[in-house]
Write a protein that binds this ligand. Structure first.
Ligand SMILES: [Cu+2]
Length: 96
């Protein structure tokens, strides 16, 4: 599984995220993909969006948003149709 932030450089505001889900090299089109953004300090409400399948194992959301500058961790939770779960994280620094 790979996670990529499409809106570069990462700045405060709306952002697009793409997640590519594969199993043993084969694209997975029937998973549920949730993207959660957290910051590295306490007291923040996480940003949570659902990424929609676009075909070929690519899931996309443009509903993500960074509401504060600083260090963020994006966690992608994938639930497969058989109930198995995968998780991936992406750490990044968001500027104003
Ligand atoms: Cu914050």
């Amino acid at each position: 599984m790979s996670v990529e932030l499409l809106t570069r450089p990462a700045r405060v505001g709306p952002a697009a995220i793409e997640v590519v889900v594969r199993r043993a090299g084969t694209p997975v089109g029937d998973a549920a993909v949730q993207v959660t953004g957290d910051m590295t300090h306490a007291g923040m409400v996480p940003v949570v969006v659902t990424a929609e399948h676009q075909g070929d194992g690519v899931y996309y959301s443009e509903g993500f948003a960074f509401d504060m500058a600083g260090d963020w961790i994006i966690t992608v939770d994938v639930t497969h149709s058989d109930g198995q779960r995968d998780q991936a994280t992406l750490a990044l620094s968001v500027s104003r």
